[in-house]
Design a protein around this ligand. Structure first.
Ligand code: XMP
Length: 507
């Protein structure tokens, strides 16, 4: 287990991911919330920071339980921290030190740089520079502009590096991390998906014993993998509820329910479409729609959860990015917690004990865990789909007829992406039904019908996104098929806006 102390760098999560890619488990903690039990950690990594060590309010945790006692790798701010508070000198740098640089000299034979050659590209991102090394340090590497690019403290397993090994552009960064973790800290690389499954199943059995667990399935990757893990651990003590809010994709409810049953999950499908449509009647404002859908879901789920006698646990598919305590720019820790709808006090199911088997995993790790349990690649590779579903893709008020229309359009588009081998190249795709009618001509008749917008984006996390350059032939074919087959639609447009400034969804 590796401890990553976060000083607020934008790259801290990347450090954790790189370490895990080496099959070594890592945890991020804010610099000012040092865990009490340090024995559990075999090595510590200090992250970068937007703050300067020269500031009066420099982040300054007490590392006396770590320094010299455990292998320590200090990155960027971390390295400057060791220098500034350890007898060295840190000053503002005269030259730009952002972006690519190359290691010009590397000290002979140091284990941290084993297998890394001079000339190796590294990524810099700092405005201060280490002018003088801390007491007891020897230089390990330099670049053209940065003399003290890496150092170690004699007699300790303490290393400081000015560049960022965690970013993709540091070509040998992963190698360096591996050298530190495996060769210096002697940590075994045994944290694999199969190992995670084995360990988690055992923990779940112990924790839950013979009690009952309720879980809401959404059809998405996280809740599905959580359910399969729990099913492995406690079998039919797990009661899954899959709610049809009437705003899912065409045939999604039936298909996914069948898939769930095929996996041996104890699942109840609840078709509450009518209830959601009723709750949405006449609502046009996007945020009010979200609230109405959220509230209806809570009511339906609460009703169903009550039918499971004596349930003690609520399982959730929460993943690591939702729970990492983040360090804000001012240095104060703040917890990131998923918002949820809260109507007139907590509904009963929210008073259950919570179990979140995926809360230590990143999204790609959830996929790998799912794959190691034999989940179908098609299921694991599904595009993200918003909780309020087609409800926020029908602009304006929602009716059963509009839902049906959009389901048909969406189906033609998404099936087309699959048929053309484009589905996996796109991060998310869907169609919007616009509150716009326009004139068209079909046969000899003038039409005055609806317009739909297609949207396909590339992204890695949904925070930023760009539209996908889909082949014209594909767009042509899909557009024809939509207008010919979906009654009430006479115009198709393709959305070429990036996020920012647009968002992925139109509402
Ligand atoms: P935006 O539209 O904000 O979307 O660029 C970013 C990602 O979030 C999804 N999204 C939602 N997911 N409830 C959800 O569960 C919502 O209300 C919601 N709004 C947007 C969107 O599909 C995209 O993946």
């Amino acid at each position: 287990n590796v401890l990553i102390l976060d000083f607020g760098s934008q790259y801290t999560q990347l450090i954790a991911r790189r370490v895990r890619e080496l099959n070594i488990y890592s945890e991020i903690k804010p610099y000012n919330h040092l865990p009490e039990d340090l024995d559990q950690y075999k090595a510590v990594i200090l992250s970068g920071s937007p703050v300067s060590v020269r500031n009066e309010d420099a982040l300054h945790p007490d590392l006396s339980g770590i320094r010299g006692k455990k292998p320590l790798l200090a990155v960027c701010y971390g390295a400057q921290y060791l220098a500034h508070f350890g007898g060295g000198n840190v000053a503002p740098s005269n030259t730009r030190e952002y972006g690519r640089a190359n290691l010009s000299t590397i000290a002979n034979g140091n284990v941290l740089f084993q297998g890394i050659d001079e000339g190796s590209q590294v990524w810099m991102s700092h405005s201060d520079t280490i002018k003088e090394l801390p007491t007891g340090a020897i230089r390990l590497a330099s670049t053209h502009d940065v003399e003290n690019a890496a150092f170690m403290i004699k007699g300790e397993d303490t290393y400081g590096i000015q560049f960022h090994p965690e970013v993709y552009h540091s070509k040998d960064g992963k190698r360096l991390l591996e050298n530190f973790l495996v060769r210096v800290a002697k940590i075994e690389q045994d944290w694999t998906p199969a190992h995670f499954v084995e360990e988690t199943v055992e923990e779940l059995r112990e924790k839950i014993a013979s009690e009952k667990v309720v879980l809401g399935l959404s059809g998405g990757v996280d809740s599905t993998v959580a359910a399969v893990l729990l099913n492995k651990a406690i079998g039919n003590q797990l009661h899954c509820i899959f709610v049809n809010n009437g705003l899912l994709r065409k045939n999604e409810f039936q298909n996914v329910l069948k898939q769930y049953e095929g996996m041996g999950l104890n699942v109840k499908g609840v078709d509450a479409s009518a209830r959601f449509l009723e709750a949405l009647k006449g609502i046009e404002d996007p945020e009010k729609k979200r609230k109405a859908i959220g509230n209806a879901f809570i009511e339906v789920f609460d009703d169903e959860a009550h039918k499971i006698e004596d349930a003690k646990w609520l399982a959730q598919g929460t993943i690591y990015p939702d729970v990492i305590e983040s360090v804000s720019a001012t240095g104060g820790p703040s917890a990131t917690i998923k918002s949820h709808h809260n109507v007139g006090g907590l509904p009963d199911f929210m008073k259950l004990k919570v179990v979140e088997p995926l809360r230590s995993l990143f999204k790609d790790e959830v996929r790998r865990v799912g794959a190691s349990m034999g989940l179908h690649p098609e299921l694991l590779g599904r595009h993200p789909f918003p909780g309020p579903g087609l409800g926020i893709r029908i602009l304006g008020d929602i009716t059963a007829e509009k839902v049906r229309m959009l389901q048909e359009v969406d189906h033609i588009f998404v099936q087309g992406l699959k048929d053309w081998g484009l589905y996996d190249k796109v991060w998310q795709a869907g169609a919007m039904l616009l509150p716009v009618q326009s004139v068209g001509v079909m046969g000899d008749e003038r039409t005055y019908e609806k317009c739909v917008a297609l949207r396909a984006v590339e992204s890695t996390d949904g925070m930023t996104a760009d539209w996908v350059n889909l082949p014209y032939e594909f767009l042509q074919k899909v557009s024809n098929e939509i207008i010919n087959k979906v009654k009430g639609v006479n115009r198709v447009v393709y959305d070429i806006s990036s996020k920012p400034p647009a968002t992925i969804e139109w509402e």
